[in-house]
Design a protein around this ligand. Sequence first.
Ligand code: DGP
Length: 125
Amino acid sequence: MTYTYDDQNIFAKILRGEIPNTTVLDTDHSLAFRDLYPQAPNHVLVIPKGAYVSYDHFAAEATDAEIVDYTRAIGEVCRLEEVTLTAGDGFRLISNAGRDGVQEVPHLHVHILGGRDLGRMLAKA
Ligand code: DGP
């Protein structure tokens, strides 16, 4: 089973410079930018520059360099946003995938949320 990637998704357009974004961090293999519809005082999306639809796709097919860069970029954004446990009050990482995960944009992204008490992880079904 192979993964299908739609290169017309919004984040692919952001990576190609076709749509503007508010960049927080730009590295060799990753881009972090502010969510257009923030749900907390800190709400940053971190995406790999490669064409990966979900975290499982990325984990299976990304190079070691991409994985290291992406992991470090997520940590660096937490530091820049001052939500780390050393400089702030914490954060939540969310990566939605597919229909059950209610993923709107089919390019892997991690949401970094912080700046307020985020409540319990999931609402009751
Ligand atoms: P998800 O449901 O995990 O796929 O969330 C996608 C997020 O992307 C959602 O929080 C809103 C955000 N978003 C959608 N379109 C744009 C856009 O054009 N620019 C930015 N910065 N964020 C967007």
